[in-house]
Write a protein that binds this ligand. Sequence first.
Ligand code: BGC
Length: 753
Amino acid sequence: MKKKIGGIGLCMLAWSILTCAQTITPQAEQRAREIVSKMTLQEKIEYISGYTSFSLRAIPRLGIPEIKLADGPQGIRNHAPKSTLYPSGILSASTWNRSLLYQLGQGLGQDAKARGVNILLGPGVNIYRAPMCGRNFEYMSEDPYLTGKIATSVIKGVQSNDVAVCVKHFALNNQEKYRMTIDAKIEDRALYEIYLPAFKEALTEGNAYSLMCSYNKINGTYASENHRLLTEILRDEWNYDGVVISDWGAVHSTVPSALAGCDLEMSVTYNFDDYFFAKSLKEAVLNGEVPESVIDEKVARILLLQKRIKLYEGTRKRGEYSTTKHHRILLEAAGESIVLLKNDRNILPLDTKKCPKIAVIGDAAKRPLACGGGSSEATPLFEITPLMGINMVTGSHCIVKYAPGYYVDNEEHVTGDVDWQATSLDACDDEDCVTDTDAATADGTLNSPAKGNSKGIINSKAKKEALLNEAINLAKECDVVIYVGGLNRAYDTEGFDRTSYDLPYNQYEVIDALLKVKPDMVISILSGSAINLSPFNDKASAILWNSMAGMQGGLALAQTIFGDVNPSGKLPVSFPVQLSDCSAHSTGSYPCDDPNVADDQKTCTYSEGIYVGYRHYITNNVKPLYSFGYGLSYTSFEYSGLNINELNNNEYEVSFKVKNTGDVSGKEVCQLYVTANERTVDSPAIELKGFTKVNLNPGEQKECIITVNKDAFSYYSESSHGFICEPGSYTISIGSSSDKLILRKDINISVND
Ligand code: BGC
């Protein structure tokens, strides 16, 4: 015991020298190395693989405390029985509000801090490539610029509380189907322009202290042992000196992974001594296959992360959870994330005085859907469902009645009785698995929910009919109908992809029948990715979109429907009319399930290249049902006065005015897109290169300024292996969405490099 205390004292002294500076200095690095030099090989090896599934062991002899990790990204899943749950990644992005998301990040960080969590596993910044990916709700957007900016705001907020983020999943985890083994084949231009920029932004501008590598292969090599990715790009090109953590169970080898740049092996199984970075790595060091200096670097990076989160300083911030401020921020974020897609004849907002009797119809209205399924699924402290929210907002003004409307026939998937992790990891065939289940297929596709015998089918048909009739009768007896449907945890989930673009269950049938009774029905669709709205879009008058919105999601939705919140969310992804319009589908490069190839050998060639999302739709004249950046408001905005000033160093200051021309206060997301008019290589018609969200009272006008630099005019050249800004004409457009560009000006760039 005495020895232990002595050890801590010595180390505290060592670290106090190390920590007098705010950032990592050469001295700090030197001190980290000194601590490493005091560690035995056994201690070092033990330090770079999990102690438990969500912690790194303490080394009391050297005063190194235990490090706790937790999922992420919506709340704190591990080391906390319950957590405050914030909106999902895709919803965070649909706010387009960086300062709000910084505050959201602060809340997450404070929560983690209060629970003793040192590394929060999130945010996820993979690009939304195809609507079917089960994990889209955790990611942010089809656009790398938006993803990078949103993620950076959250990261800065979290880390301002001396808690490290772990940005995931590096790289190309763009589908959950075959996620453990799929080989994503991609050319450099798409890699550098679409799939890497958000990671780079998160690590460099956001200064994220750690990064998680993905399960899949990239151009033939697993991410965890991909030297090009983890060393040449990450360390050599981006100068990243944070910690690279494997996804849980993503390491497949000892020597290649250790040499490629993975620092820390984590997994879901308890056989820690058998990890690739355990006994076998020690042997590899002893027999000279891996230099001990490589292990030293890995340990030093983890020690530097501890310094970054001030683990040894008295000045470390205090954590707190479930404060009034947290609740306010998450409600505000949920409110700002809701996207108003359609509002014919200004049906919304509803007036409680004009609808004394309200029918709320749809299973999703009453079901806790604060988060999606999988590792992000933390248990919320409480949850306000849409039905509860509508009751709260309408108070005693209205009678609110509920009917489920559609029949959910895969309850076990929706309620989370199916264990996503155990079934989606190969490792879970053995008895070391944390949990086990037989409810899903190995390839990452959900089993058909409608299993059972003919008796079951008859029952389900009868149930559907009964629920439909109940809903129709309720709609007839009420003044207005609010339909709340969409997806749920069975579909917005890690480990699986959806197999259909359509709304599940018999929702189209129910919506169709209800629209006949109440053509002005308000339709609210919850989904973590684009979904097929075409079957009812033309018939419906009012449609709202949101997704896993956190604990107060139902209240935010109700406040929007009844006008306490003026919607200001804009779509971070396009909603194609049909799946075949999406470039990953039209080029046949999703879901890559060639039946002639074994599941663990499947490859996915990203044939659409850089033409992802609106870059494809707009360039190739494929009109989506709803475009990237789109979203209505209860007020209207007028844009004018575009001015572009050249600053130093090829920087341009773009200014314009926005006026609220309606009767209510509202926020507008103003978007800046760039078009390269004379580039020598094919390029997208427009690319997002800036945005700002402005709050305006009725009649108020503000000037907005967005600064862009050379990066906004550059593309990745495969032949030069770098970004190039060609001289020539470029158009800068300002608009309220990618398909509504209102102000335009051409500039001439003379720089050549
Ligand atoms: C997920 C990660 C998660 C980890 C730990 C993995 O299955 O892909 O995102 O952080 O589990 O729960």
